[in-house]
Design a protein around this ligand. Sequence first.
Ligand code: NI
Length: 431
Amino acid sequence: MENILQKLEEEKVFKDPVHRYIHVRDQLIWELIGTKEFQRLRRIRQLGTTFMTFHGAEHSRFNHSLGVYEITRRIIDIFQGRPHWDDKERLLCLCAALLHDVGHGPFSHSFEKVFGSDHEEWTRQIILGNTEVNAVLARVDKSFPQKVADVIEKTYSNKLVVSLISSQIDADRMDYLQRDAYYTGVSYGHFDMERILRVMRPTEDQVVIKQSGMHAVEDYIMSRYQMYWQVYFHPVTRSAEVILSKILQRTKELYKQGYQFKHEPIHFYSLFNEKMSLDDYLRLDEAITMYYFQIWQEEDDSILRDLCGRFLNRRLFQYVEFNPNQHMNDWPMLQQLFKEADIDPTYYLVIDSSSDLPYDFYRPGEEEERLPIHLLLPNGKIRELSRESDVVEAISGKKRTDHKLYFPQDLLEDETSHKEVKRKIRDILEK
Ligand code: NI
């Protein structure tokens, strides 16, 4: 067995459309990439159902994870020899960057919503449990897997290391914004990462940005803001996600009722029973999920059959704006009318809400999700970004929420049955 801490005899490179090349120089990183838990990420898309809207968005979590690793590697190269940077943390940072999303499952959002699973908990189990990833990490030393898990969970004692992987300007976000922009083909999402990397400086407890790089950071924040509303929360993508969640909800319900599936969904049984083992979880991927959707199109249950056909053939739900304050009165009536029209509102009338906070500063007493961005002023003082930047101040702390109501327009327009009720429903939805 090779010494896990040694450098590779020859550097390995992966061609990458976003960062051009991804450089691997360490035996440890090379072996982690080769584990089956990491390779599984090739079969999980980075952006879930976004490919239904932007057909290029087929890139995987494998791509993204390598990208986050590469950005972290470049930052560390820049930090080398600077005060506060301890090069003994180098491999730990690289491992945490590479593995930060290793627990993601197929269509994470929908699965987590319907089955209450949690990718962060699975990440932890993959790193600490009986896996190939754990076996590789443990060769560094026995406490190393726990350290990697601590960095990802933000509990590691060296906060500088944590902030590299998880802050409002970390390697994770810098990779996914550029990568998702590239694969969707949109023109937002671009910013000058090279510039940002050059002005990053290590301090005792976090990464800071030299003030001269402030405008590049403003650009980055704006690109994130735009990506959320133009790509991540695109209403058509959400429509596909609504259908996907309803398929899972329907199969779970049928299973509970003792429905006899023509083709038993054995890969889902432990999920339905809420006792999924790590091995069961690792067997799930998007290929398996899509396989079941394909064969469920021939099931006897008309709802399951219809929803699967919609997902696979992209016959998505239509949507209208839904303001909870204004339209909540219509809600019980709409549900009643759907029932009268023989369209089950549990599966065919869905309110979906999305919300995003483009940038936030730390407010004492409130749970902050990720560390705010700090600038290093020429006099050596450190200041939070929104106090220096008018552009960032304007959008700081402003949470935007969007509610939409999803429904099958084609069923409502089919006037072969329940003509009057369907007209009434359409009148309400169109007003
Ligand atoms: Ni990530």
